[in-house]
Ligand binder design. Structure first.
Ligand code: GUE
Ligand code: MG
Length: 292
């Protein structure tokens, strides 16, 4: 038996259609066009690709996209000034500062400067705290995408044993919060976890968000488990090119799991679709409208 492949690309396309419909309604009923500002500091080629894709898909959904590309030497004060301007700009409903930032910039100071109401990444402590305490929040996009994909396999996650590998503020911790809200029993494992393979084998639902190429092997997976692979790792091939792989050794895992997300075509496209949805949500809230 090989696993069902969860099609993140198709799911994301359908989510983007819903977003486009919601944008069209905002325009026709309220005369509002949401705007998303994306700030990129430096030349990282992978980041540039994501930023381009975000901009294209933002426009395809009927929204305005504002791209700010700053050179790698931009000072922290210059970046904070730009964020303050975007906070004050009524045409900008969502602000995303692409991470990672160059080393001379204090990332948490930048995130703290973003207006929480425009923080479509959900990285501001106000949004993290709101998520953790069960208040309405802008929620990090990759975690939301993970839960949507898991729910394609299990319409109800209640009571499931979920193991999250990775404890970052942008994926591991928020996805654990979301799974808790879905009534999963949640374990957060990480690089210091004793006997990580054994802990992973407990999972009915395994979320791999470690950022290490193909670290999670086939024999770490409970037979029939659902595996959501958040990893986006570019590794060199024998032919001197690069290849995109996840945090899970897919060829092994697909023989053991019940369902698994591929890389590419899994969580990645969902991240952008959820970002567009968050931008609409933020716009509605800023204008005193009910959530869709
Ligand atoms: N403030 C901030 N928010 C982010 O959400 C954020 C960020 N910074 N920094 C970088 C990471 C990475 N990220 C991805 C988005 C889409 C794909 C994606 O669409 N991937 C495609 C293909 C990608 C390819 O071919 O290179 C796929 O997996 O099928 C991947 C990665 C968002 N990030
Ligand atoms: Mg770790």
């Amino acid at each position: 038996m090989t696993a069902r492949i969860i099609d993140g690309k198709a799911t994301a396309a359908s989510l983007r259609e819903d977003v486009a419909a919601a944008v069209a309604r905002l325009k026709s009923e309220h005369g509002i066009t949401p705007g998303l500002a994306v700030v990129l500091v430096g030349e990282d080629p992978a980041s540039a690709v994501y930023v381009r894709n975000k901009g294209r898909q933002t426009v395809e959904a009927g929204m305005n996209s504002y791209e700010h590309k700053l050179d790698a030497g931009t000072s922290q004060d210059e970046l904070l000034d730009l964020v303050a301007k975007l906070n004050a700009d009524p045409a900008v409903n969502g602000i995303l500062v692409q991470l990672p930032l160059p080393g001379h910039i204090d990332t948490s100071a930048v995130i703290a400067t973003i207006d929480p109401a425009k923080d479509v990444d959900g990285f501001h402590v106000v949004n993290a705290g709101r998520l953790a305490t069960g208040l309405p929040a802008l929620v990090p996009c990759t975690p939301v995408g993970c839960v949507i994909l898991a729910r394609q396999v299990h319409s109800d996650l209640s009571g499931m044993e979920a193991v999250v590998v990775g404890r970052s503020n942008i994926v591991g911790k928020p996805v654990a919060q979301l799974l808790l809200n879905e009534n999963c029993t949640v374990t957060i494992a990480h690089s210091r976890t004793r006997d990580l393979p054994e802990v992973c084998r407990r999972a009915d639902l395994l979320i791999a968000a470690v950022g290490r190429p193909e670290m999670i092997r086939g024999d770490w997976i409970r037979p029939g488990a659902t595996v959501i692979d958040v990893g986006i790792n570019r590794i060199p091939t024998d032919e001197g090119k690069t290849r995109l792989v996840g945090d899970v050794a897919f060829d092994e895992a697909v023989e053991v799991a019940g369902a698994i997300t591929p890389v590419p075509g899994g969580v990645g496209p969902m991240t952008i679709a959820c970002l567009l949805r968050s931008t609409v949500e933020a716009t509605r809230r800023q204008n005193g409208l009910e959530p869709v």
